[in-house]
Design a protein around this ligand. Structure first.
Ligand code: AMP
Length: 269
């Protein structure tokens, strides 16, 4: 496994390589990330993992500062899973300019869920993906359904630039108690993790009722009773029509964002 820190060097290493699988991450790797790596390795791709906490996608500075960092463990995990290259750029490799101007226009989700509650977030996500893909000329891009809106937005961005990159959507890996694995879980104590488990099980058991209800205040009340102080949204969304729905179809997913002990968690199922 090679660890590469500069844009020039990673581009050099990957030149003339034809079967590349790229897994962009913000580090603090867990079994969710590993499942993406394994998918790439299974396809016999030259597997590249990037670890870069992208400041542009954090609409909240505190959230950026406290984002967990476990670089030496991350590298061990990559090595164990036979990653070929880890791209570990400093901020100046990705954003060399003094003043970063983002021109991305997000057409989907502006009014919905993460798009609504994290202004500028998806614009920042597209910017970093755009720049990482300049450094890493990949054939395949592995993305998790844990961040379903992000997955759709990146796919749409690639379509809009006529990119040939194949996006591989990957299922959400969960802990035993049902919660989606997330780097942010590291910031939670055991009590909060147990609470998160209760919430997810409650939501899964009531999924169809949540989808069909025109007013979800009763569900919000119940979630708050579990110990949640703030819920950004609990929304049933049609991923094909790209709007809220009250119909349960194969395209319907329930999305939630809520806070536990000041940590913002998202999930969808
Ligand atoms: P992150 O490091 O959180 O930016 O995530 C990097 C990639 O891993 C993204 O494509 C995520 O959607 C994906 N990912 C994060 N958590 C999980 C999970 N629990 N299961 C599957 N994929 C995940």
């Amino acid at each position: 496994m090679k660890i590469i820190k500069t844009a020039n060097k990673i581009a050099f290493e990957l030149q003339n390589k034809k079967k590349i699988g790229f897994i962009p991450t913000m580090g603090c790797l867990h079994k969710g990330h590993v499942s993406l790596i394994k998918k790439s390795k299974k396809k016999k791709l030259l597997t590249v993992v990037s670890i870069f906490v992208n400041p542009l996608q954090f609409n909240n500075k505190k959230d950026f500062i406290k984002y967990p960092k476990t670089i030496s463990t991350d590298l061990k995990i990559c090595k164990k899973n036979k990653v070929d290259f880890v791209y570990l750029p400093q901020k100046k490799e990705i954003y060399p300019e003094k003043k970063i101007i983002i021109k991305n226009k997000i057409h989907f989700f502006k009014k919905y869920m993460e798009g609504k509650f994290r202004p500028g977030h998806f614009e920042g996500v597209i910017e970093v993906v755009k720049r990482l893909l300049k450094h890493i000329k990949t054939n395949y891009l592995f993305l998790g359904k844990k961040d379903y809106q992000q997955l759709i937005i990146i796919k749409e961005y690639l379509r809009s630039i006529n990119s040939k990159i194949i996006v591989v959507p990957c299922d959400t890996i969960r802990a035993k108690n049902g919660i989606a694995l997330s780097s942010r879980n590291k910031l939670l104590d055991q009590k909060s993790l147990n609470t998160a488990g209760k919430i997810i099980n409650f939501l899964k058991n009531n999924k169809n009722k949540i989808i069909k209800s025109k007013d979800n205040s009763l569900f919000l009340k119940k979630i708050k009773e579990f110990g949640v102080k703030k819920i950004d949204y609990l929304t049933a969304f049609d991923l094909k029509k790209l709007k809220k729905t009250n119909k349960s179809t194969v395209n319907t997913r329930v999305f939630i964002a809520y806070y536990l002990n000041g940590v913002r968690l998202i999930d969808n199922f």
